[in-house]
Every structure is written in C-alpha cells, then in structure tokens.
Design a protein around this ligand. Sequence first.
Ligand code: UDP
Ligand code: MG
Length: 138
Amino acid sequence: MTERTLCVVKPNAVKDNHIGAIIKMLEEEGLKVVGLKMTKLTADKVEAFYAEHVGKPFFEGLKEFMTSGSVVGMVLEGDNAIARCRKVMGATNPEKADEGTIRKLYAASMTENAVHGSDSPESAAREIAFYFDNFSII
Ligand code: UDP
Ligand code: MG
C-alpha cells in the first residue's frame, strides 16, 4: 500500500554534513521525496512533535538536542514507506543498529541518533501535517 512518512535529519547529522548521504540512502531504497524543508525547531515545537515522550527521563536532553541546530524534514512516499524508512534508519540505539543503516553510520549516541521516522500511519499523518503546510508537499 502506498504510504507517506515523515523523516527528519536531526541536528547532529546536519552539523556533520550528512544531509545528502541520508537522502541518498532513502532514495536508493526506492522512496520518493515529495516534500523537503530545512528549519530550526523551538522548545514548544519539540514538545508538540514529541508529545508522547514529554515527561520521560530522556525528554529534556532530547529537547535540548533537537533545538541545538537546524533539521531537515522530508516527506517520503512509497509502498510501505513507514517500515522501509525505519529499516534504512536502523534501531533507536545505534549500538543495536544493523550495519549499513543510517543510525549505525551517523548516530553519535542514543539521543543524537541522526534521524527521526514516523512509526505508524497515524503518527505519519500527524507529523506531516505538523511539519509541512499544504503548499510544501507535491
Ligand atoms: N531517545 C533518547 N533516549 C531513549 C529513548 C529515545 O534520547 O532512551 C530519543 C532518541 O533521539 C529517539 C527519540 O528520543 O530517536 C524518540 O524515541 P523513540 O522511542 O520514538 O525512538 P525512534 O522512533 O526515534 O526510533
Ligand atoms: Mg518514535
């Protein structure tokens, strides 16, 4: 089934000049970029975007990290785009990520793990609408 998902290149990977490498890996998986935007998140936006994680022990560190620099968000489209994007990303904990995944290659730590990817159709719809307006996606 054709799906859309939100993938975000996080501040460590932007700082380390891996935007292009990460998009290339997702395109080589066969996913189509149908929206693309660089921005900087505020603390309020991180709290809304990661609402399910507010209050968890790691959240303050995650918020500090996600507001520490620019991010690049993209909408990816394809069959099973949500699962395929997460497969290319690798496990949340880079020590557990498979060889050749984005997180294995470019994560600095569990928090600074290079990329975000939506985890369900419901979160993909919410996150895409949060990040992009209607005129920014084809
Ligand atoms: N995170 C963290 N410590 C943890 C769990 C998560 O710093 O123990 C951060 C990490 O950047 C992760 C994000 O919070 O990508 C969201 O966590 P989630 O469990 O949703 O992982 P993901 O869906 O990104 O793999
Ligand atoms: Mg998640």
